[in-house]
Design a protein around this ligand. Sequence first.
Ligand code: TXA
Ligand code: MG
Length: 310
Amino acid sequence: MKYHLETICTKLKRGEVVALPTETVYGLAASLKHPEAINEIFSLKGRPKDNPLIVHGASFLQVEHYCEEIPLGLHILTETFWPGPLTLVVKAKPKLLPTQVSAGLETIALRVPKHSLTLKVLEEVGPLVMPSANLSGKPSATRAEHVEIDFGKNFPVLDGGACCLGMESTVLIYRNGRWEIARLGAISSEELGQILGYEPSLFSRKNGQPLISPGQKYRHYAPLANLILDQTVSPESVGVVLGFSDREYPKNCRFFELGTSFDAGEVSKNLYHVLRRLDQELVDKIWVDMDFPQAGLWLTIAERLFKASC
Ligand code: TXA
Ligand code: MG
């Protein structure tokens, strides 16, 4: 159910969980002052307790005191990309936060989102944890209606319209003197490279090495439909195509449109909405056109499609 900003702030201050819009995806929000509301987020989402949450603030100033140390590059990253779709994982100051936020890790993930309504809420209520507002494993929510589908018509939502990016923030973690990408997202490694002077590499798990971002091990972004990414399979044999509006596909196939093949921003904005439509329209399998560059934001889109297909 959609509520006004004032009521949403009152609910958060009382220790209730609500959904808020951001430029990336909608988030399920709880105040850091209410550990029981944070626990409720885990149970509402069906989220494993070992998957930590991102702390969102209205500005760097509002979250700075949670950092035990300020790693090299942090200031330039926050000045360039905040407010915006970048999450930074740094060593946390001990005992300042409810333990379930970091799921027992010594680090804390921080982000300042870019949405005028949610920035107002953060200024009024203070820092909030905010995982994506979807049931665990399902595609993220990029519209208020998606939140209502996952959590029920009565669930309180601040309606901020369709998310303008539609893709989660890029998660960077500082390790061994460098920033590494713990989760691909709306900002590409190329864009980060221009600011840092080196392109942060994607953290890849080597044998026996622990996961640095626990969220990586769980099934994600998946509709019920079986996504067929194997390009040697013919679209005709599947009968349904997920592709681009500027391309030709077999006439007898049902078509779901991601956007145009030359606009990664448009595709990213549409992606979760289209994946959710597959479920609403009871599509059981769909051939996906994977013929696009494996770089920049396209790389994130490819990774999400891959995870949605598993
Ligand atoms: O765009 C976004 O980041 C959205 C909006 C609502 O802000 N939030 C979001 O949260 O995507 P969530 O919980 O769905 O994903 C957060 C990711 C997970 O993969 C989690 O494992 C990782 O960030 N993460 C959180 N804290 C971490 C930490 N201390 N160390 C490593 N990874 C962490
Ligand atoms: Mg999520």
